[in-house]
Design a protein around this ligand. Structure first.
Ligand SMILES: Nc1ncnc2c1ncn2[C@@H]1O[C@H](COP(=O)(O)OP(=O)(O)OP(=O)(O)O)[C@@H](O)[C@H]1O
Length: 284
């Protein structure tokens, strides 16, 4: 009896998830094999750049143990409110809604000491019980690796596609190859690979220094016959902007153009679908 009722609850939740996902044109999971390669930075900026172009975007942080989206967007006091039985996403702008586990913590520095089933439960709830509304893009930022969080997304969001972030050095690329194999195993198409921290242009001499090497992400994409979406250099401005809760869009360096190029490449790879009601641009 208990088992039946929990099965029924799961089925009811599945229905809610499916009815939300039917109203989302493109679902993108941003993954990396290795930690600290800039996955949250890229996920956040993809969401901001797309929403600035007028697309309706939802940004979901499923990095339960190390959520950083709220900080990168300057939403340090982010709280998720509820109306009835639904969470209300944070409206970063007219076109960008944000949900992060951070919004449920009493203290921002509280650690979450959760095992798999609890994490799976909260991710499903963020898909079932959030008042997202119709979206052109749902961008999901996952923790590094191939654990519970990306697996839950892959199993729950049936037409999700992956964008894999790497840095150019071999130790990161070895983990990217695992991410690619993971995507194959769970039948999640890879939209492309982005190489972050790809070279550093010295502000004094203007020369490019390949601190973590350069080109490894592009080569891995070619080796696996996957699209290469572009690269971002090591840019101290990215750190300063991220720490100040600002997007790459506020930078004056070439990094902004590189990010725009990545967004254009991504849009090229996607089948065009009718856009949700578009607004002029972000208001944040
Ligand atoms: N292109 C870049 N140039 C300079 N710094 C960068 C760049 N990209 C990201 N960073 C910085 O690197 C740090 C890690 O970035 P971020 O949090 O996005 O990585 P992550 O892969 O999501 O990390 P985690 O594994 O903890 O989830 C941040 O301080 C960020 O500002």
């Amino acid at each position: 009896m208990g088992c039946n009722s929990s099965n029924q609850e799961l089925q009811a939740q599945d229905q809610k998830i499916n009815s939300f996902l039917q109203n989302v044109n493109h679902k993108i999971l941003v993954m990396s094999g290795k930690g600290g390669v800039g996955k949250s930075t890229v996920a956040t900026n993809l969401a901001v750049f797309l929403s600035n172009q007028g697309y309706k975007v939802g940004l979901l942080d499923v990095d339960v143990h190390g959520p950083s989206i709220a900080g990168l967007l300057g939403l340090t006091g982010l709280r998720l409110s509820t109306i009835g039985d639904q969470f209300q996403p944070y409206h970063y702008s007219d076109n960008l809604k944000v949900v992060s586990i951070q919004g449920l913590l009493d203290q921002p520095d509280d650690p979450l000491i959760w095992r798999g089933p609890v994490k799976i439960g909260i991710i499903r709830q963020f898909l079932a019980d959030v008042n997202w509304g119709p979206l052109d893009f749902l961008i999901i930022d996952s923790p590094p690796g191939t654990g519970d969080e990306p697996l839950t997304v892959a199993q729950t969001v049936s037409d999700c596609q992956a964008v894999i972030i790497t840095t150019p050095q071999e130790i990161a690329l070895a983990d990217v190859r695992k991410s690619i194999q993971f995507c194959k195993k769970v039948n999640m198409p890879v939209l492309g690979i982005i190489e972050n921290m790809s070279g550093f242009v010295c502000p004094s001499c203007g020369n490019m220094h390949a601190i973590f090497k350069s080109g490894g992400g592009e080569k891995t994409a070619a080796d696996y016959n996957l699209p290469f979406l572009g690269k971002l250099p090591i840019d101290p401005g990215v750190v300063t902007a991220g720490d100040a809760g600002q997007s790459i869009d506020t930078l004056t360096s070439h990094t902004k153009e590189n990010m725009q190029h990545i967004v254009e490449q991504l849009l090229h790879k996607l089948p065009s679908k009718p856009v949700q009601q578009r607004c002029g641009g972000g208001d944040h």
